[in-house]
Design a protein around this ligand. Structure first.
Ligand code: CO
Length: 465
């Protein structure tokens, strides 16, 4: 039996899940030195939402945040989450952009890149895995966990084996909805350990109230690493809280060896920050509760609230139950995609259309059409000819790797924003979030101008004539 390792998510998924990713860099910096002393396996610090929120809401450069964290975290590995060929965005990028992004992420301080694809299509992970390893990083592949008649243990073992063959350095079971049951986890972890020779990590969310039990059983079954968030940003829709997990494993063969008192001190630093966001209304106390509905509908919590707001906007809340019944049917029609971004939004919207119009697939969003055409990757099971015909008529389905259809784009992105470039990384910020990045670049220029004039003022004052 070996010690269990812990990846701390307070700087990424913790605040993403509870306060819409609003934690500022200045709130992170004072505690990094202590976080670095704990002996965590890794600190998760970066991902799509953290990157987007930095630019969109905080007027911060996400690259600058990463460098600032790296400067202070000298011993602990820094980890990020990456949506395979989508990088941090919502569409496929050509290989040249994927390669450049990964090179720069690692150069600026990332050690471990957790790479996943909503469809578990290995072809969408290939370039990212190769680029990570070439840049000297650790390529972790994450399996998007879901429940369906075709997502059984054999399916997950096959995906894990493919990932290992493709060069993955470790594997994460990514249970974004918090629906992996404790005894299912035992089966899954045991079989994964038999099938692959690389470490297994478990990432779940407390949303439905079962993740603590699932972690304990997974630990007993031999999982190597678990993801937790310090208590002020733990539980609720976030990861299980760090301190109780460390305490639960003490004096057992799985003891993490981490200093509970030090971890507690760090949690105390984050508590007033959490309270501030609660007072500002950014932390909705609702997300701190247990949402057992997730277990019944097998729909992620975030998707449930999206459906509610879509229906409320259309004044059709009376159709809520009907939409929930339609979700699994749409999912079956589409070959059982896991309900993770972007598939969760797509399946949800189609279920709303089908229910409200009373005529299935009368209206189909272009994303769903592209998915059926094969442009997102391969569905878990083939889509029937009948459904294909309904959605894309006689159009041909593409069966190759989606990114093979894309021409290099880095040069185009670079020339589109040349007047704003202050660092190579700006091109990537723009590639991922074009409008938001330009707005930020303009803000940055204005700020610089202001700073320059104020310096000028003070200089005038300090030099008496
Ligand atoms: Co998560």
């Amino acid at each position: 039996m070996s010690k269990v390792k812990i990846t701390e998510t307070v700087l990424r998924d913790g605040h993403q899940s509870l306060i819409a990713t609003r934690m500022k860099t200045e709130e992170m910096l004072p505690i990094l030195d202590k976080l670095d002393k704990v002996g965590y396996h890794a600190l998760e610090v970066w991902g799509g939402a953290t990157f987007d929120a930095c630019l969109r809401f905080l007027n911060e450069d996400p690259w600058e945040r990463l460098r600032a964290i790296r400067k202070r975290v000298k011993n602990t590995k820094l980890q990020m989450l990456l949506r395979g060929q989508n990088l941090l965005g919502y569409k496929n990028y050509p290989d040249d952009v994927v390669e450049e992004f990964i090179k720069k992420a690692i150069k600026n301080g990332i050690d471990i890149i957790r790479i996943f694809d909503a469809l578990n299509d290995i072809r969408n992970l290939k370039t990212a895995i190769r680029a990570t390893k070439e840049a000297g990083g650790h390529a972790q592949c994450a399996i998007s966990y879901t429940i369906s008649p075709v997502h059984n243990i054999d399916y997950y073992l096959k995906v894990a084996k493919e990932m290992e063959n493709e060069g993955a350095d470790s594997i994460c079971v990514k249970d974004m909805s918090g629906i992996l049951l404790p005894y299912e986890a035992v089966e899954l972890v045991k079989e994964l350990k038999k099938t692959v020779n690389i470490p297994i990590e478990l990432h779940s969310h407390f949303t439905s109230g079962i993740a603590n039990q699932t972690y304990m059983k997974a630990v007993e079954a031999g999982v190597d690493i678990i993801d937790t968030a310090l208590s002020p940003f733990g539980n609720g829709t976030s990861q299980p809280a760090t301190e109780p997990m460390i305490a639960s494993l003490q004096n057992s063969p799985y003891d993490t060896g981490l200093d509970l008192e030090l971890v507690n001190e760090i949690a105390e630093y984050f508590a007033p920050i959490r309270d501030k966001y609660m007072q500002e209304g950014i932390l909705n106390p609702k997300v701190m509760g247990v949402n057992a509905k997730t277990l019944i509908y097998q729909v992620p919590g975030g998707m449930l609230s999206n459906l509610v707001s879509q229906l409320e906007q259309q004044g059709s809340m009376d159709k809520f139950e009907k939409v929930l019944e339609e979700v699994p049917r749409v999912r079956e029609d589409l070959g059982y995609p896991p309900l993770v971004t972007p598939m969760s939004q797509m399946v949800g919207t189609q279920a709303v259309f089908n229910t409200i119009l009373g005529d299935r697939y009368k209206m189909v969003p272009s994303e769903i059409k592209n998915y059926v055409k094969g442009l997102y990757g391969k569905p878990t099971v083939p889509i029937s000819d009948e459904i294909k015909k309904k959605i894309i008529g006689d159009e041909e389905v593409y069966t190759g790797r989606p990114a093979d259809l894309l021409k290099p784009q880095l040069g185009k992105f670079r020339s589109e924003i040349k007047e704003y470039i202050e660092q190579d990384e700006d091109v990537l910020s723009y590639a991922l979030f074009p409008q938001v990045a330009v707005k930020f670049f303009q803000y940055r220029q204005a700020e610089k101008y202001q700073i320059d004039t104020s310096l000028l003022d003070s200089e005038e004052k300090t030099y008496p004539v």
